[in-house]
Design a protein around this ligand. Structure first.
Ligand code: 8YV
Length: 295
């Protein structure tokens, strides 16, 4: 029991419809975490639902249009996770291009002592990097990349005040001009399949893609084929379609770095995300303005 609200646990069956109709009628807010769809059917089963407080900045699985139609407010957790997400994107890029994981295994397995130096890897200094989406996270990624002596290009809805960075309105054109794509757009229908086969082809066989956004932003089939046939040098992925049951072909590829959707996964950031989610819930029950409203 919280001072302002009573908490009902999510049913162990993992199905919200197993909550009794009495309790469903009582519930005025959801503390939502996860990436499963929260759409019409669930919202309509809770007749007094007024708030969905999401644990995460991305709310692509929540049908916000339907929520708005019903007067349900949605909140998210922006800003508090930006640094960690950007840090992991840079970490993934460096790890992939220098093969830090493979090199570590080389030492551990005794191959270094037996076979000598590790095969040479690739630099990122001096490379042109295209950031797809220059929102909070894309901006933080680009800021960090600047310290690595790279040339920053970005694809966004509008030009930003970022002297020296090259603005693009055509993603295929940007992909032709850069060596590396860092994907940092929001998920959802507007960005679904944005990194298409054409974009991957335009990047070319020395290209690298880092995806910190959502699996849906990429044409996964085209990506896997490009990696299998070495039409693309490599990819570092923190997000996938159908997480955590990702396409098995990814695990067989040696030119990918795979992460379990953990960009915001530090003790500090997850604590701050939880605190912001609770602040939104408390504000709602106290009748105060929401801290980070989406709609
Ligand atoms: C997840 C994320 O929310 O913020 C986002 O949009 O994708 C992550 O931070 C987190 O994994 C909890 O599900």
């Amino acid at each position: 029991m919280h001072a302002l609200f009573e908490v009902h646990q999510f049913p162990s069956t993992n199905n919200v419809m197993d909550i009794s109709s009495d309790v469903r009628e009582d519930i005025r807010a959801f503390a939502f975490k996860g990436h499963a769809a929260l759409g019409v059917e669930i919202m309509d089963a809770f007749p007094n639902l007024e708030l969905i407080a999401n644990y995460g900045v991305g709310f692509d699985t929540i049908d916000v249009a339907h929520a708005s139609k019903k007067g349900i407010k949605v909140t998210n957790t922006p800003d508090v996770l930006t640094d960690d997400v950007a840090d992991l994107a840079i970490g993934m890029l460096l790890s992939l291009t220098r093969d830090i994981v493979g090199a570590s295994d080389w030492v551990r397995s005794g191959t270094w002592a037996k076979s000598g130096a590790y095969p040479l890897q690739r630099t990122i200094s001096g490379k042109s990097i295209g950031v797809v989406g220059l929102g909070r996270i894309g901006r933080a990624i680009a800021d960090r990349l600047q310290a690595f002596n790279t040339h920053i290009h970005y694809f966004a809805r509008s030009e930003k005040d970022t002297p020296g960075w090259v603005f693009h309105t055509d993603l295929i054109d940007m992909a032709k001009k850069v060596d590396i794509l860092m994907v940092a757009v929001s998920g959802g229908p507007q960005t679904s399949g944005l990194i298409s086969k054409e974009v991957i082809d335009a990047l070319g066989n020395d290209g690298v893609i880092v995806n910190s956004a959502r699996g849906t932003t990429l044409d996964e089939e085209a990506l896997i084929q490009a990696l299998q046939t070495h039409q693309l040098r490599g990819a570092a992925l923190d997000v996938f379609n159908n997480e955590p049951h990702i396409d098995e072909r990814f695990s067989k590829l040696s030119n990918v770095l795979l992460q379990p959707h953990q960009s915001s996964g530090t003790i500090e950031t997850r604590k701050n995300m939880g605190a912001l989610q609770r602040q939104n819930l408390s504000a709602f029950f106290a009748g105060d303005p929401l801290v980070t409203a989406v709609n």
